[in-house]
Design a protein. Structure first.
Length: 240
């Protein structure tokens, strides 16, 4: 359910040559588990190292009293493509004290930086909701080279978006600034695979205790509750 940095590199490089079909890491992990390991994966108390890992040092929230939830992802990740519709539905139902944000990763490579630029350009152009899942499909299933500016602009034009106006946004300072901030954020959170969900600047969801994509969001909900309880306890303990 997660592509490591190395696996992500291999897959995107293979996609550049058009020679690799999507492989389910989740299915591979399930096949490798023993019956005892599978039996251990039952809902219950969260286990550090299984359902979550600590983010060290903890990262501050942009807004006091708000639990920030970040999804680190890339359009080049098939697992991100599969979980994206679930995440959108889940994020729409989050309570008022939770703020959700997506962060595209670059892993220091030009191709993935262009995919991150594409995400922010779609956002600034006001067409992200319309085209978001279509970008995943184009990259991970149809093998369209959206990490190259020419094919990307051709594709955007086919989606009834003004090519010249979008190119100006894509090449603009605002997008470059957002990509730079996303890169710095992924480094601070020590993102080594995608998709990765981080909660409250303190916890990262792990897939060792999950049987499917839905379980990752269940774990995220539990970590949100954990962050909320710990924040309330800290407030009570602090002097007035």
């Amino acid at each position: 359910m997660m592509l490591s940095r190395r696996q992500f590199h291999v897959r995107v490089l293979a996609a550049l040559g058009g020679a690799l079909l999507p492989v389910s890491l989740m299915a591979k992990q399930a096949a490798e588990k023993t019956p005892d390991q599978a039996a251990e994966q039952t809902p219950g108390e969260l286990r550090e190292g299984q359902e979550w890992r600590a983010i060290s040092p903890p990262q501050p929230s942009d807004e006091l009293g708000i639990i920030e939830v970040l999804e680190f992802f890339s359009y080049g990740c098939s697992h991100c493509a599969h979980i994206n519709p679930l995440v959108k539905d889940w994020a729409a139902r989050l309570p008022a004290d939770v703020q959700f944000r997506r962060v595209p990763v670059t892993f220091g490579r030009a191709a993935w930086k262009n995919l991150a630029r594409l995400y922010y350009a779609l956002e600034l152009a006001g067409v992200l909701d319309k085209l978001d899942q279509q970008v995943f499909k184009a990259v991970t299933e149809e093998r369209i080279a959206l990490y190259r500016e020419g094919p990307m602009l051709d594709w955007v034009e086919e989606q009834d978006v003004d090519r010249d106006a979008f190119a100006e946004i894509f090449q603009g300072f605002a997008v470059e600034t957002k990509v730079g901030r996303a890169k710095a954020l992924s480094e601070r959170y020590e993102v080594d695979g995608v998709p990765m969900i981080a909660v409250g600047g303190r916890y990262a969801v792990l897939n060792s205790g999950a049987k499917g994509y839905e379980d990752l969001l269940v774990i995220a909900d539990q970590l949100i509750d954990k962050a909320r309880q710990e924040s309330a306890a800290a407030s009570l303990a602090s002097p007035n």
